[in-house]
Design a protein around this ligand. Structure first.
Ligand code: PRT
Length: 107
């Protein structure tokens, strides 16, 4: 199991966005704004779809990482915390009773 979470990546993105480092891709995307970042997100989504359809497992892992990174950049520029998305997902588990079942199984 990886010792790295989406929350860790969100934190790194926030720090790099504020760094103003000219070498930082994150800082560059934040400077370019939501249109460019959203465009990159779309490109990475298409590349992920292509990898999946081709059955290219290695590319699917790599493109998924690019996709998630650019998705978090878009959330950051839009001022939407990752936690808002996780809460939305958490709320959806309740609809199917999965959260209750998981909680019951913990004892
Ligand atoms: N996870 C990522 C990550 N995934 C992808 N990318 C960058 O996303 C960019 C766009 O990918 P493309 O394949 O489209 O590259 P490109 O063809 O050069 O881009 P364009 O020609 O379209 O401008 C590349 O420069 C990748 O390096 C990332 N850049 C940064 N991170 C994370 O953010 C941290 C901070 O990075 P910096 O902000 O660069 O310091 C890193 O340590 C990583 O943890």
């Amino acid at each position: 199991m990886a010792q790295f979470s989406l929350s860790d990546l969100e934190k790194i993105i926030g720090e790099r966005a504020r760094s103003g480092d000219p070498e930082s891709w994150t800082a560059k995307l934040f400077a370019k704004g939501i249109d460019k970042a959203a465009q990159k997100l779309g490109e990475e989504a298409v590349e992920t779809v292509i990898a999946a359809v081709k059955g290219d497992r290695r590319a699917l892992v790599s493109e998924s990482a690019d996709l998630i990174y650019h998705w978090l950049v878009v959330l950051g520029i839009a001022g939407v915390p990752l936690d808002d998305v996780l809460r939305e997902l958490e709320g959806r588990t309740g609809r199917s009773g999965v959260a209750e079942k998981a909680s019951r199984s913990k004892g």
